[in-house]
Design a binder for this molecule. Structure first.
Ligand code: SF4
Length: 73
């Protein structure tokens, strides 16, 4: 699953969720939230990209972010 195509920020769903590859540019992001610490992220710890449950068939950036970010418990 590590070789999935990267999610495009301009993908309609990604755009609707304000997904960015650089979390520091996230509109409304809280603290240091990023895909790497999101409960929907399925990537390996330390990896740069990984699958997200909200975007089947795509890989999101570990350092990315979107408005659906939910911090892992
Ligand atoms: Fe990243 Fe989580 Fe949004 Fe998926 S739901 S793109 S892992 S912040």
């Amino acid at each position: 699953a590590q070789d999935l195509p990267h999610l495009s920020p301009s993908d309609p769903t990604a755009s609707a969720l304000k997904y960015v590859e650089d979390a520091s540019k996230g509109q409304g992001r809280k603290g240091s939230d990023a895909c790497a610490d999101c409960s929907f992220y399925q990537g390996k710890t330390g990896g740069a990209w990984g699958p997200c449950q909200l975007f089947p068939g795509k890989a999101v950036a570990a350092k990315g972010w979107c408005v659906s970010h939910t911090h892992v418990a």
